[in-house]
Design a protein around this ligand. Structure first.
Ligand SMILES: Cc1ncc(COP(=O)(O)O)c(C=O)c1O
Length: 399
């Protein structure tokens, strides 16, 4: 039977990492992957995580199953962290999930099951997995334009016009809370306000993907979009991930939070989220969520974590700045200053698939064909070669 299965296409980004790993050139630089790296190129375990884990290990008494919705203390603490007072928690049905991906899948599948034929609007471009997750959850995926024609800033009026013209009551609109992946281009506070009001007017529902809290402007500051959306809309779905901001990638820590119109709806919504979880993976893993709960519930550890998030954010911002300056220093024929308005780990550089290919072949520099780079892949040691190579590439591929 299985002999008839066709080969599935490789994941576009992970496939590139495979090629990178096999590349024998020692000077190679990988800007494709979506993980934070420190200046030595490592994806570190946070000190606050190490401390929380040792506390956990000494106190842990059982490896028994968690409830279907997950670790209760974790759920309370991450709901406060993500929603930051925007709504009363007695309106929020929350379930712990395996990463942000699990949150997106549980939220979307619950909608697909109970509101069949629902449409969800995703930005063009968006994180590639959004399309697969939503389609697998039986939602009808539609796209709204997101970028200006030169792809260096938000094409805000096109986005709003499109949603105004084509959006319908009951449609979901997927929005990246901060640090838009893949572009790094976020709405301004005024933009958020316009989006929030439009959704309310058209009775569309925000479906918020919150995977990079703390990587844009700050842990609280990055919630501005979410708070604005919730101020104007009585219902929403929020999917959070603690992979990046706690460095807990492989522990799979996330949560789906459904904001109900009133506290009355909370129990039924939660029961449906639980039903979705039960038929997928029964109940979530404990360790990562328990670690996050220890950190957020302990004033000292929480402070230590906040300092570490600040350090990751500021390293990324510094690299972004130094990259722009480095491109000027090598007299690049293109100005990259627009990168300074982008936020988070990713940036759209405007480099074409042809240029990405040139950089890979000629200089062992790997970036996604769309021109997306992971700014955290840049370090003081690889920066000069990176800038010179991009400048050379722009000249070699001109015309
Ligand atoms: C926009 C976005 N949403 C969700 C996720 C999923 O995160 P997780 O690794 O926690 O599943 C990612 C991860 O890269 C992401 O970039």
């Amino acid at each position: 039977m299985f002999q008839s299965l066709p080969l599935a296409p490789p994941d576009s980004i992970l496939g590139l990492t495979d090629v990178f790993n096999k590349d024998p050139r020692t000077e190679k630089i990988n800007l494709t992957v979506g993980v934070y790296k420190d200046e030595t190129g490592q994806t570190p375990i946070l000190q606050s995580v190490k401390m929380a884990e040792s506390k956990l290990l000494s106190q842990e008494k059982s490896k028994g199953y968690l409830g279907i919705e997950g670790h209760p203390e974790y759920l309370k603490l991450v709901s406060e962290l993500a929603l930051n007072g925007a709504v009363e928690l007695d309106r929020v049905s929350a379930a712990q999930t395996p990463g942000g991906t699990g949150a997106l899948r549980v939220g979307a599948e619950m909608i697909g099951t109970h509101f069949p034929g629902s449409r969800i609007w995703v930005s063009n471009p968006t994180w590639a997995n959004h399309n697969s997750i939503f389609a697998a959850s039986k939602l009808q995926v539609e796209t709204y334009p997101y970028l200006s024609s030169d792809k260096t800033s938000l094409g805000f009026s096109e986005m709003i016009d499109h949603l105004t013209q084509h959006g319908r009551a009951g449609d979901f609109v997927c929005l990246h809370a901060c640090c838009h992946n893949p572009t790094g281009i976020d709405p301004t506070p005024e933009n958020w306000s316009t989006i929030a009001k439009l959704l309310n007017e058209k009775r569309m529902i925000p479906f918020i993907d919150y995977a990079y809290q703390g990587f844009g402007d700050g842990i609280v500051e990055d919630g501005l979009g979410t708070r604005t959306l919730l101020q104007h809309n009585s219902e929403a779905v929020l999917c959070s991930s603690y992979s990046k901001n706690f460095g807990l990638y492989s522990e799979r820590v996330g949560a789906v939070m459904v904001v109900n119109k009133s506290a009355d709806g909370k129990e039924a919504t939660l029961s449906q989220l639980k039903q979705t979880v039960r038929s997928n993976y029964s109940n979530p893993p404990r360790h990562g969520a328990a670690t996050v709960a220890v950190i957020l519930g302990d004033a000292e550890l929480r402070k230590a974590w906040e300092v570490e998030v600040d350090a990751m954010r500021s390293r990324i911002a510094t690299m972004r700045q130094q990259f722009v300056e480095g491109m000027k220093a090598v007299k690049s024929i293109r100005d990259f200053s627009f990168l300074l308005t982008q936020k988070g780990m990713f940036s759209y550089t405007g480099l074409t698939p042809l240029q990405a290919d040139w950089l890979k072949k000629e200089r062992a520099i790997y970036l996604v064909g769309t021109g997306r780079i992971n700014v955290a892949g840049i370090s003081p040691s690889n920066l000069p070669r990176l800038c010179q190579s991009i400048a050379d590439c722009l000249v070699a591929t001109a015309n």
